[in-house]
Design a protein around this ligand. Structure first.
Ligand code: LLP
Length: 418
């Protein structure tokens, strides 16, 4: 989290003006704590460089899809990038404008396509010819047309974690550019489709800008080839992937990158679209957790906390690094090397390995930069009720999702009849 939104005051960690021990006492732990200011500022950081050019900035809902967060972003003027009917429903419930929604994803079901057509979304980012055929049939049956951008697979190695790299040739995402060109030249076959754009998404947490630039160029070159053959588009979609600093990564300058994309689009008289997720919310959230036990072993010291991979699976899934801060700094105690782990029965259930922390049982810890892909990837594994979420605005704190109860855990289930 930007240090201006999460900082120590008299040795106690605060989010904006809310003291984390007070929040823990009031709402319990584990607890996701978000800063409204941090989200607003992150959003404005994307909106500003795009001012004055035709654009649509679509927040990638998967990063954090809690209603109040979507509502805040809708109020800030955000569009939304969705990948399911569930995300569509959330955006609509939160007051998002359907005309500012793009629908991405390789496996859109018929009911999902229909629901999005009903809602009147801005554009479908189509990922295969079979999807195009299906959408065409659906629109013809209704006597309407759907706006479509073809998602290109630019075949670049993005250098990010293999699980979140999506732009290499072997990935399941997008259409090969030559094939997309052939499809675009043959749109007469799809009278229910209006081809309005080209899209790409190279991967997430793109700490190297070069592959992304190469992909953007490929997109623009394809638009040029199409224009030369009489096919004019309305926009280029450069996807998401804008990185955040979790540790000591050196990051490309997002403002400069946006400017480059803007130039590519403007030079062709096209609008531009982006789909940032992580960069809007990651730094705006901490996961507040309490130390249950400190367990010294012959092999090392484990700090066992009450949050786990069920609340933040990123370390387990991507070996991701998250900073861990003591909520009350213990100046008197000696910092010791330790692993910070959760209570879940998996060895992958860890937050940090080999960190120096001065902590005792009962202390509170803040897992930093947990606003993106934290709650949205949470689970009930080990029958753990999902944690609560609060949004802080100055001194004001709103519970935006209550903690699940044990009854919630079993609410959808039935025992066998006697
Ligand atoms: N657009 C599309 C089509 C996407 O697939 C994604 C993310 C985004 C935009 C937003 O990417 P972002 O700006 O957030 O990097 N769970 C992983 C990240 C998975 C990203 C999946 N797609 C993690 O925790 O690192």
């Amino acid at each position: 989290m930007s240090s201006s939104r999460c900082s120590y005051r008299d040795g106690v960690l605060q989010v904006e003006k809310a003291s984390l021990p007070v929040l823990a006492q009031h709402f319990g732990t584990p607890l996701y704590v978000y800063s409204r200011r941090a989200i607003t500022e992150a959003w404005q950081g994307f909106a500003r460089p795009l001012a004055g050019t035709p654009h649509l900035a679509c927040y990638a809902v998967k990063a954090n899809s809690t209603l109040a967060i979507l509502q805040l972003l809708a109020q800030l003027g955000a569009g939304f990038d969705i990948v399911s009917v569930g995300e569509l429903q959330r955006v609509l419930r939160a007051g998002g404008d359907p005309r500012r929604i793009v629908f991405s994803g390789v496996g859109k079901r018929t009911d999902e396509l229909l629901r999005a057509l009903d809602a009147g979304i801005h554009c479908f980012n189509v990922e295969s010819e079979t999807e195009l055929l299906r959408l065409n049939e659906l629109t013809l049956a209704r006597g309407t047309r759907a706006a479509v951008a073809l998602r290109i697979n630019p075949d670049v190695e993005s250098g990010t974690h293999p699980h979140v790299a999506t732009g290499h040739g072997a990935a399941k995402f997008g259409i090969d550019p030559a094939r997309a060109e052939a499809v675009a030249l043959n749109m007469g076959k799809f009278p229910g489709i209006c081809l309005t754009g080209l899209a790409c998404h190279v991967g997430s947490q793109l700490v190297q800008a070069a592959p992304w630039r190469a992909a953007a160029k490929r997109l623009a070159q394809l638009a040029d080839r199409l224009a030369a053959q009489g096919i004019t588009l309305a926009h280029l979609d450069f996807g998401g992937g804008f990185p955040v600093r979790y540790h000591d990564e050196s990051l490309p300058d997002t403002g400069a990158l946006l400017k480059e994309f803007r130039t590519l689009a403007e030079a062709r008289g096209l609008g531009m679209l982006i789909e940032p997720g992580r960069a809007i919310v990651a730094g705006a959230g901490v996961l507040l957790t309490r130390v249950e036990y400190v367990k010294p072993t012959p092999h090392g010291r484990f700090v066992i906390v009450d949050a786990g991979m069920t609340e933040l699976i990123r370390p387990a899934l991507y070996d991701a690094w998250h900073e861990i801060r003591a909520v009350i700094s213990r100046t008197e105690a000696k910092a010791e090397w330790c692993d910070v782990v959760g209570p879940v029965c998996e060895s992958a259930d860890f937050f940090a390995r080999d960190r120096r922390l001065a902590v005792q049982a009962g202390d509170l810890l803040a897992v930093m930069d947990a606003g993106a892909y934290g709650f949205s990837m949470s689970s009930n594994y080990n029958s753990r009720p999902r944690a609560a979420e609060v949004l802080v605005d100055g001194e004001h704190v709103t519970l935006i999702r209550r903690r699940e109860t044990l009854d919630d855990l079993m609410a959808l289930e039935e025992l066998l009849p006697e």
